[in-house]
Write a protein that binds this ligand. Structure first.
Ligand code: PLP
Length: 371
């Protein structure tokens, strides 16, 4: 699905030097490399503040804590996503309110968000699923009308750009009150372990979330609020700082591979290629097909026999997960998400795919999906 080894070999000298510098300095935690990377990521994304964290899940949790949400507050999130989005909501004693997604873009449904708002709603957490921004302009408009916070789960979408109707262009994670991303190795900007970051343009919120990520501490050993311990270590920061200048090219490589797939599958009636909205670019964290009128699981097995990995993201929507059983929801309540769970298939997608590999993958899929 990914080829992190080849990607590393292209920039091995820079990465190795970055790691060695950290070891030589012995500033493993909160070293200067972390501050440098944060500053570089601020410049790259246009976010006023970047706070690095231990992982993307922590970033989401710290964002919710920073906004001061209280037990019982309702947080709207799509049912078709990675579990972390709802997990942190539940962990903090907030109430996850799950809503359906759009059947074509697979991102949160604007109409569903509108219908889910109650007097207890405090925040919306749109997920920029698979690397394409959710439709942020109406989401931000709804949030404004109802006085809600917006926390973007941009874990899969670093570098995706959203164009507002007035022509303003902003990056994924920098549009809401807070944005969160992940540097998990297979993410579009991945480190060699765990890592994450929070984006915000709000000075006060920045200071508060920075303190929360550091045991609720502003002055050393004086704890003003209950916090957590979540930080990006210096070695990971050095690796990310070496990779960041290549992120734009990495995105282009993913988009080229996606264009190859799009073109190859265009005329096959069983294969629906990813739907892009005009307002957002797509950075293809995943290239996810919908397979219609054909046995998806058999296709996946057929590909495995040819040595081609393919993954199902995600086989079970949130409202059908055992840990998230809730009398408010039952099977059939979110038809688009449920349909996606049984039809999606993600293909190999990374920065190192060459034409030979793409040809082998697409030829085999077309053979298996013969009309
Ligand atoms: C990866 C991911 C996360 C969590 O990131 P970690 O760094 O693994 O904690 C959260 N939300 C989404 C949508 C993700 O893809």
């Amino acid at each position: 699905m990914v080829d992190l080894q080849s990607q590393y070999l292209h920039i091995k000298d820079d990465i190795d030097r970055g790691i060695q510098d950290v070891i030589d300095s012995a500033a493993f935690i909160k070293g200067p490399k972390v501050a440098e990377f944060q500053a570089h990521l601020e410049a790259w994304t246009g976010a006023k503040h970047v706070i690095t964290t231990g992982n993307g899940t922590d970033a989401l949790q710290i964002a919710l804590m920073g906004l001061g949400l209280q037990k019982g507050d309702e947080v709207i999130t799509p049912t078709f996503t990675f579990i972390a989005t709802a997990e942190v909501v539940a962990l903090l004693g907030l109430t996850p309110v799950v809503v359906d997604v759009e059947p074509d873009t697979m991102n949160i449904s604007i109409e569903a968000v509108r219908r889910a708002i109650t007097p207890k709603t405090k925040a919306i957490v749109p997920v920029h699923l698979f690397g394409q921004c959710a439709d942020m302009e109406p989401i931000l408009q709804i949030a404004k009308e109802h006085n809600l916070y917006v926390i973007e789960d941009a874990c899969q979408a670093i570098g995706a750009e959203y164009r507002f109707s007035d022509g303003t262009v902003k990056q994924a994670g920098t549009m809401g009150d807070v944005g969160c991303t992940s540097f998990f190795p297979s993410k579009n900007l991945g480190c060699y372990g765990d890592g994450g970051a929070i984006f915000t343009n709000d000075d006060e919120l920045d200071a508060k979330m920075r303190a929360i990520a550091n045991h609720g501490m502003v002055v050393r050993y004086h704890h003003d609020m209950v916090g957590v311990n979540s930080r990006l270590d210096s070695i990971q920061a050095a690796i990310l700082d070496a990779k960041l200048p290549h992120l734009h090219d990495y995105t282009l490589a993913r988009q080229r591979a996606a264009a190859y797939y799009d073109n190859a599958f265009r005329d096959n009636p069983h294969i629906k290629t990813p739907t892009c909205i005009e307002a957002s670019t797509h950075v293809y964290h995943q290239y996810t097909l919908r397979l219609i009128g054909i046995d998806r699981d058999a296709i996946r097995e057929g590909l495995a026999e040819k040595g081609i990995p393919a993954m199902i993201y995600y086989p079970v929507p949130l409202h059908m997960q055992k840990a998230y059983q809730d009398p408010r929801y039952k099977q059939g309540d979110f038809p688009a998400a449920e349909q996606l769970a049984s039809t999606v298939l993600s293909l190999p997608m990374h920065t190192e795919l060459d034409e030979e590999q793409l040809k082998y993958i697409t030829c085999n899929i077309l053979e298996l999906c013969k009309a």
